[in-house]
Ligand binder design. Structure first.
Ligand code: MLT
Length: 258
């Protein structure tokens, strides 16, 4: 399905109506299909809305530059269209930044929040420089060189499903491609610091992270779970950044429990 935005973007999404719906937000370069493994273990009667954030998957860019807040605005538009009042929201990495933005800008809209492989902290100067390096790599050598450079930090080479998961990740990155990735990197580099809001979050929350996550290491999840009242931390042993691909059944069980 697609939704047209006032600035001319088309937002692609999947929606399965059902009780107590959950919204699943993907990470940088990925698309709705990153949740396929999780949804395979999802109870059939539960609803799920899975957007593709503008510039990713089947979603196009409009004339407004992507930002974390704009992605959250698009998600809120989808919720309004599908008349979903108070969903649980789970975001992985960049999707987690969007989940924070939804909670910051639309207090009370989320019934529960799951922060997977993400951080509440903004980029530091070195991080922003790495974003600029990524943008230059894409301009000179294309999305594939950028994706190849990220792969060792996204997935654990020793995981049984590494070959299938890395092929899947490349297929998703190809859909974002040279057009979608640079504006997304700019949006990530200029995202706000969400640490000051953590103590004021009042809905059930979990933070989930792989013990071998090199992009958002366990300390980042510990910081989130430690600061949100009542939040729980789950560390998945031996798992890298894309925990929903490496441990889909465990992630589905944690989300269902939440
Ligand atoms: C992601 O997986 O969404 C990105 O690695 C997030 C980031 O680079 O900050």
């Amino acid at each position: 399905m697609t939704l047209a935005t006032p600035d001319g973007a088309e937002i692609a999404y999947r929606y399965t109506p059902g009780r107590d719906p959950i919204v699943l937000l993907h990470g940088l370069g990925l698309d709705a299909s990153m949740w396929d493994g999780v949804l395979a273990s999802w109870p059939a009667e539960r609803g799920a809305l899975v957007p593709e954030l503008r510039g990713h998957g089947g979603s196009t860019l409009g004339w407004r530059a992507p930002s974390i807040d704009l992605w959250a605005e698009d998600v809120a538009r989808l919720l309004d269209r599908e008349k979903i009042e108070r969903p649980a929201v789970a975001g992985l990495s960049m999707g987690g930044y969007v989940a924070f933005a939804l909670e910051a800008t639309r207090r009370g809209r989320c019934r529960a929040l799951a922060f997977l492989s993400t951080t509440a902290a903004p980029d530091d100067d070195a991080g922003r420089e790495r974003r600029a390096g990524g943008i230059a790599t894409i301009a000179r050598r294309g999305w594939r060189a950028f994706a190849d450079g990220m792969m060792p930090s996204l997935l654990n080479r020793d995981d049984d499903r590494f070959a299938a998961n890395s092929a899947h990740v490349l297929a998703m990155f190809e859909r974002a491609g040279d057009a979608g990735l640079p504006p997304a990197l700019m949006a990530l580099a200029s995202r706000p610091d969400r640490r000051p809001m953590l103590a004021s979050i009042r809905v059930p929350c979990i933070a989930v992270v792989g013990s071998a996550d090199a992009i958002t290491p366990p300390d980042r999840a510990r910081e989130i779970a430690g600061a949100i009242p009542g939040a729980r931390l789950h560390v998945l042993e031996g798992t890298a950044h894309l925990c929903a691909l490496e441990r889909p059944r465990e992630v589905a069980a944690l989300l269902e429990d939440l």
